[in-house]
Design a protein. Structure first.
Ligand SMILES: Nc1ncnc2c1ncn2[C@@H]1O[C@H](COP(=O)(O)OP(=O)(O)O)[C@@H](O)[C@H]1O
Ligand SMILES: [Mg+2]
Lengths: 317, 260
C-alpha cells in the first residue's frame, strides 16, 4: 500500500502550492492596485452621470408640479421671463430643429463626399495629411465658430439678401454644419474603409469604375455605419450651444423661417443661467425642464445609433 | 459571343516580369492560354500564381507598388497598351476569387451588378436566369432571388460568384483557388462546372491542389521561386505531360510531393 508515501507527497504538494500562491500574490499586487484604481474611476464617472441625471429629473419634476406636461408640450409660446408667462417648449424645439436640420444639410453631403474621397480615391499621402487637418477642424472651440458665424457669414448672407436679420438660424446652421463636418466625414470614412477589400475587388473584376465601386458597393455596404455617423452628428448638433447662442438670437419663435432670430433649447439654458433669474423660482426651474427634454432627445438619438451600429456588424458575415 | 479562331491562344504573355516596388516576384514568363481549354497554374504558396493571374485582367493595377515589363496579349492585342481601358478589359475577362465574395445584396442584384455597370440594355431577367443556370445554381435559388446572397452556403456563394462573372459574358474566366475555402462536395461541384464551362469559355485556374490541376485542366503551368525568391515559369505543357512525364526535375519533385 502506498499510504504513507501519499501523505508525504501530498504535504509536499501543499507546501509547494502555498509558496507559489504567496509569490503569485506578490507578483500580481501592482496589477490588483491598478485594477482597483481604474474601477474607482469608472464608478466615479457613472456616479457623476447618475447624479446629473437625478438633479435634472428632480428639478424638472418640481417644475412640472406647477406647469402641466400638456401645456409644456403643446403651447406655442415660450415667455417664462415675461409678465404674461407661457411655458410651451415648441418654439425652442423648432429653433433646435431648424438649426440642426440646416447643419445636417451642410454636413451630410459634404461629409459623405469627403469620406468617399478619402476612403476610395485619395492616395495614402493625401489621406495622411487631410485626415489630421479635419481632426483639427473638430478641435476648434465652438465659441470661435459662433463669432465666425456672426461676424463673417451673417454679413455675407445679409449682403446677398437683406431680409435676413442680424441674428438668424441660417448662418448658425451653415457654420454648425461646418463644425460637425469632420465628425460625419471621419466616422463615415471609417465605416467605408471597414468594407472588406474583397468586395471592392469583386466589383472591379466585373468592369466597374471607381465611382461605381464607391457608390454601388462600398456605400451601400457601409450604409448602416454611415447612418450611425449621421445620427451621432445630429445629436451633436442638437446639443451644440455656443454657435446658436451667439449667432441665432435669443428670441423664441415658433417658426421654421431661417432668416429671423430664433432661440434653441441650449441657447435658452445659457440665457437663463447667465441672467439674473433667482434660483428656486419657477422661471429658473424651466432650465431643468428644457435640459431634461434635450437630454431625452439626444439619448434617444444615441440609442438609435448604437442599435444601428450593432446591426451593422452583421452585414458582411 | 466575341469569338476567336479556336486554335489560336486567347492570352499570351511575352517575357513578363512583375515587380512590387523594387522586388521582382516573377520573371521571364512566356505562356499561352488556349481558347476553350482549362489552364492550371500551380506552384508553392508565394510563388506568384495570383500575381500572374491578376496580370491577365489588370487587377494588379489596383496595387500602387505594382509594375511590369514585357507584354500580355489578349486576342492579339496588348492589354497594357496605353490606350486600353482596364475596366473594359475586366468585363471581357471574368474573375472568381479565393473566398466567395458576394456583395451584401440580393442574389439577383449580385448577378445583375456587372451587366448594370456595363450598361446592359436587354432582358435582365433572362440574362440573370441564364447566368445562374450556367453556374448550375438555378434549382437551388430560383425561388429566393430576392434574398440576400449572404444567406447561401459557401459553395453556393462561390457558384453565385461564377454566375456573376458569367453575366457580363466574358471570353475568359480567371479563378484564383476557387475551391480553397470550400468543402469536398462543393469542390467537386465546382470542378464539374468548370469542365462544363470550358465548352464556351477559356478558363485559367490557380490551384495549390495538384490533384485538382490533374483532374480538371488541359494545360498546366508550374511556377517556382528560385534562390533569389523570384519565381520563374519552370514548365508549361499539356497537363498529361506535366503529370506523367515532366521534363524538369523541379516539376517532378513538386508534383510528387518531394519538395522542401
Ligand atoms: N500587394 C503586394 N505588395 C507587395 N508584395 C506582394 C503583394 N502581393 C503579393 N506580394 C508578394 O508577391 C509574391 C507572390 O505572391 P502571390 O502572387 O500572392 O503568390 P501565390 O498566389 O502563388 O501564393 C509573394 O512573395 C508576396 O509576398
Ligand atoms: Mg494566391
Amino acid at each position: 500500500m502506498a499510504g504513507p508515501e501519499t501523505t508525504v507527497h501530498d504535504s509536499f504538494a501543499d507546501a509547494f502550492a502555498a509558496a507559489n500562491a504567496t509569490s503569485r500574490w506578490k507578483k500580481y499586487l501592482p496589477e490588483r492596485i491598478i485594477k482597483a484604481v481604474l474601477f474607482v474611476c469608472a464608478i466615479a464617472s457613472i456616479f457623476t452621470t447618475v447624479g446629473i441625471v437625478s438633479v435634472l429629473i428632480f428639478e424638472a419634476a418640481l417644475f412640472f408640479q406647477e406647469v402641466t406636461i400638456w401645456e409644456f408640450l403643446t403651447n406655442t409660446k415660450w415667455t417664462p421671463l415675461f409678465a404674461s408667462k407661457n411655458f410651451g417648449i415648441l418654439p425652442l424645439v423648432t429653433g433646435t430643429l431648424l438649426t440642426s436640420i440646416g447643419a445636417m444639410f451642410v454636413a451630410l453631403p459634404l461629409g459623405l463626399m469627403s469620406a468617399i474621397y478619402l476612403s476610395e480615391y485619395a492616395p495614402e499621402v493625401v489621406r495622411q495629411i487631410v485626415k489630421p487637418i479635419l481632426e483639427i477642424l473638430a478641435g476648434i472651440p465652438t465659441v470661435v465658430y459662433g463669432y465666425f458665424a456672426l461676424l463673417f457669414i451673417t454679413p455675407i448672407l445679409r449682403a446677398i439678401n437683406d431680409d435676413i436679420s442680424v441674428f438668424n438660424g441660417l448662418s448658425a446652421s451653415l457654420v454648425m454644419g461646418i463644425m460637425i463636418l469632420p465628425m460625419v466625414s471621419s466616422l463615415s470614412e471609417d465605416a467605408m474603409r471597414s468594407v472588406p477589400r474583397s468586395l471592392r475587388e469583386g466589383a472591379y473584376a466585373l468592369g466597374a469604375t471607381k465611382l461605381e465601386v464607391s457608390t454601388r458597393v462600398v456605400f451601400p455596404a457601409a450604409l448602416s455605419g454611415i447612418v450611425a455617423a449621421f445620427i451621432l452628428a445630429t445629436s451633436r448638433a442638437i446639443g451644440e450651444t455656443m454657435i446658436v447662442t451667439i449667432a441665432a438670437g435669443q428670441n423664441p419663435t415658433f417658426t421654421l423661417n431661417p432668416f429671423v432670430p430664433i432661440e434653441t433649447m441650449t441657447a435658452y439654458i445659457v440665457q437663463v443661467s447667465l441672467g439674473d433669474t433667482p434660483t428656486g423660482t419657477l422661471e429658473f426651474k424651466t432650465i431643468f425642464a428644457v435640459g431634461l427634454s434635450l437630454f431625452v432627445i439626444t439619448l434617444a438619438m444615441n440609442l438609435l445609433s448604437q442599435f444601428i451600429v450593432r446591426r451593422f456588424r452583421e452585414v458582411y458575415e | 459571343m466575341k469569338s476567336v479562331a479556336d486554335n489560336s491562344p486567347i492570352i499570351e504573355t511575352r517575357d513578363l516580369n512583375v515587380y512590387y516596388g523594387p522586388t521582382c516576384v516573377i520573371s521571364g514568363v512566356d505562356m499561352e492560354v488556349e481558347t476553350h481549354k482549362i489552364t492550371a497554374i500551380i506552384g508553392p504558396s508565394g510563388s506568384g500564381k495570383s500575381t500572374l493571374l491578376r496580370c491577365f485582367n489588370r487587377m494588379n493595377d489596383l496595387i500602387p507598388s505594382f509594375h511590369m515589363t514585357g507584354s500580355v496579349l489578349f486576342a492579339g492585342r496588348d492589354l497594357y497598351d496605353a490606350g486600353v481601358d482596364p475596366t473594359e478589359i475586366r468585363y471581357q475577362i471574368g474573375m472568381v476569387f479565393q473566398r466567395p465574395n458576394p456583395f451584401p445584396k440580393s442574389i439577383f442584384d449580385n448577378v445583375a451588378f456587372g451587366p448594370r455597370v456595363n450598361g446592359f440594355r436587354g432582358d435582365m431577367n433572362a440574362l440573370v436566369e441564364d447566368s445562374i443556370r450556367r453556374a448550375a445554381l438555378w434549382d437551388e435559388v430560383k425561388d429566393r432571388l430576392k434574398e440576400s446572397a449572404l444567406s447561401l452556403s459557401g459553395g453556393q456563394q462561390q457558384r453565385l460568384c461564377i454566375a456573376r462573372a458569367l453575366a457580363v459574358q466574358p471570353q475568359i474566366i480567371l479563378m484564383d483557388e476557387p475551391c480553397s475555402a470550400l468543402d469536398p462536395i462543393s469542390t467537386l461541384a465546382i470542378e464539374e462546372l468548370m469542365r462544363e464551362l470550358s465548352n464556351d469559355y477559356s478558363i485559367v485556374i490557380v490551384t495549390h491542389n495538384m490533384q485538382q490541376a490533374a483532374r480538371v485542366s488541359d494545360y498546366t503551368a508550374f511556377l517556382n521561386p528560385g534562390e533569389d525568391k523570384t519565381s520563374e515559369l519552370i514548365e508549361f505543357d499539356e497537363t498529361r505531360q506535366i503529370f506523367t512525364n515532366p521534363k524538369d526535375e523541379r516539376t517532378e519533385a513538386y508534383i510528387t510531393g518531394r519538395f522542401g
